[in-house]
Write a protein that binds this ligand. Structure first.
Ligand code: DHK
Length: 147
């Protein structure tokens, strides 16, 4: 296992900062990447930070890091609620997996209440905005220290 933390972001998260600020705040994905890199560095982890609007690309990235990543932090965005393919890819990784949602999906529309990913994640963070990503980095570090 390497010391590289894979951080994956699903569709429309490239528009953070412009998209529905009441729900997602004004922090950009670049801001989140910077804070993730800073916190990961404190844990001795490098970061591979990616975003895609395409389900299959996310599946490919998960498969490629299946046995090599130190951990995976994933905000699958809309694919949370639809993607059996992402769920199945995450099921076969060997490292800690933490699912993040900026908004509290349980306070939102009923179709957002179910996550396919949660059943295969070690933990789930929702509703804490961009800070949720930093907490997810801490969670991966803790899970690595105390598997
Ligand atoms: C982000 C999205 O794009 C939505 O489709 C999810 C998630 C919630 C978030 O809160 O980060 O429903």
């Amino acid at each position: 296992m390497s010391d590289v933390l894979l951080v994956l972001n699903g569709p429309n998260l490239n528009l953070l900062g412009q998209r529905d600020p009441q729900q997602y705040g004004t922090t950009t994905l670049a801001d989140i990447e910077a804070s993730v890199r800073e916190r990961a560095g404190e844990h001795g982890l490098d970061v591979d930070f990616r975003q895609s609007n395409h389900e299959g690309e996310l599946v490919d990235w998960i498969q490629q890091s299946r046995t090599s990543a130190a951990g995976i932090v994933i905000n699958p965005a809309a694919y949370t609620h639809t993607s059996v393919a992402i769920r199945d890819a995450l099921e076969i990784v060997t490292c800690p997996v933490v699912e993040v949602h900026m908004s509290n999906i349980h306070q939102r529309e009923p179709f957002r209440h179910h996550s396919y990913v949660s059943a295969v994640a070690d933990g789930v963070i929702a509703g804490l905005g961009a800070h949720g990503y930093v907490l997810a980095v801490d969670a991966v570090a803790t899970l690595r220290a105390h598997p």
